[in-house]
Design a binder for this molecule. Sequence first.
Ligand code: HEC
Ligand code: HEC
Ligand code: HEC
Ligand code: HEC
Ligand code: HEC
Length: 376
Amino acid sequence: MLARALLILCASLAFACGPVATAPDAASSVAACASCHPDHARDHSRSRHANAANGALYRALRDASAVGTRSFCDSCHRPEVGTSDGLSCESCHQAIGNFGTSNARLRWDRSGAVTSARQESVATRAHGTRFHGFLPTADLCGTCHEVEGPGAFRETPFTEWQRSPAAQRGDTCVSCHGSPTPGRASPRPMAPAAVDPIAPSPDRARTDHRFVGPDDDTESAARLLVGSATVSVRREGAEAVVTVTSLVTGHALPTGVRAVRELWLEVTTVDRAGRSTIVSGALDGEQRLAQPPSGAPWIALHDELSPGLPTEATIVRVRALEPTQSVSARFAIAGETALVRARLRYRAQSQSLRLALGLEGPPPEPIDVASVETPW
Ligand code: HEC
Ligand code: HEC
Ligand code: HEC
Ligand code: HEC
Ligand code: HEC
């Protein structure tokens, strides 16, 4: 009774109550959809979306946050009351707008048919469908993928995308992240969107619901990340000038939750006897990426934070590359050198952060986004 009265009050004051208060129980929804949409349900349940509230790093950081902040984390990572692990199908397929493109301010209509990107609506045994212009937009994704705080939890893919070459071409988040080639727009495979034995469905262009990201398994994450940048080495006397250039046209490199990521340049020299020395970007015995003494050359593209956990820290400097932007640094090369190697490496989780939170085991394997070898 009270819950119902609260819901009605919230419906009329939706902005003040926010999305968490208006979302009904959706715990079993994915299972309910799986019988007729087995591919979508399988891809979704393997995605980070379905598991957004059960990552070890996420849970540790949420637990380390002030009690009052935790419901803010939940508003994106577990938006449906009663869903313990993450997003459900309805998190996107009943969203009909927002109160602003950031901080999870989604607006849902729970009463109606599921939303579809196709003009033509279909009546099925389980539900109706209706075209909704919000579903295929970057605004849907951006409402969660644009975070204004607290602390260093600033994420800005949506505003980066708005001023990107991809947006000018008409490519949205789904063009690149719902395609069969993660991070690159490409033609969609055709297959039935539903498997209902009573009413066979025609072929439709299909959206990959894995939405692969850097927190997926190493092989999938590599498909997204490898080739997102180039690295080149130019000799100037006894110095190597190394340049990193972003090839990403949809937003900055890296984007999203840069406060927990690492993207850095490793430079190695190999002498004539085959001995190699890491000149910049080495990991220490505990697998931490150590910043060199101030003034020494290095290239790191994740955010530089003031000390503290990302929930408390402030961003000292955003070092990410805008689309097609480059950054260079000069490294002194020893006389005996025969070969210079440079590679841009990505780690989904900073080991310093993992250790500060008491997480055990090694961090995710680094992925080589781009690399080059030059005889010296
Ligand atoms: C009894 C089978 C059945 C169940 C259960 C079911 N659907 Fe469907 N759904 C269909 C059929 C049939 C279509 C129409 C497919 C077509 O014509 O392309 C459809 C279409 C859709 C579409 C629109 C596809 C388009 O045209 O763009 C969406 C979105 C959708 N379903 C989501 C869901 C969600 C979310 C659930 C769970 C809450 C669900 N469905 C449960 C049978 C089902
Ligand atoms: C032109 C294709 C393209 C478009 C459009 C695009 N992305 Fe990406 N996205 C990529 C590529 C390539 C990567 C991997 C390189 C990187 O991390 O920037 C990526 C990575 C990401 C990541 C992983 C975080 C990271 O950088 O490590 C997130 C999150 C993301 N994109 C969200 C979005 C959102 C949200 C939108 C829409 C506002 C969007 N993307 C639009 C291509 C695209
Ligand atoms: C993160 C948001 C999101 C979630 C979660 C999500 N979908 Fe979708 N879905 C979309 C978008 C966006 C499209 C339409 C893309 C387009 O056509 O531009 C879509 C399209 C579809 C379609 C039409 C056919 C196709 O492949 O394009 C079906 C059916 C569907 N979704 C079912 C589901 C089911 C079932 C679930 C849960 C298991 C689910 N979706 C979860 C965003 C989502
Ligand atoms: C209700 C909020 C919400 C919506 C809407 C949403 N996302 Fe997400 N998305 C998240 C959260 C939270 C994560 C982080 C999951 C985790 O903990 O790894 C995520 C992760 C991702 C990742 C993987 C990044 C990684 O951590 O590996 C991609 C890619 C992505 N989303 C793309 C999209 C696209 C494209 C859309 C729009 C169709 C979209 N998202 C809509 C909340 C949302
Ligand atoms: C407005 C939405 C939103 C809020 C609020 C939010 N996040 Fe996220 N979070 C995201 C999205 C979207 C991603 C995926 C971005 C990416 O992969 O770059 C993400 C990714 C993460 C990741 C990396 C993926 C993983 O699971 O390890 C961590 C850790 C994280 N968030 C922790 C938190 C914590 C702790 C809070 C609360 C203090 C919080 N987030 C609040 C949207 C949000």
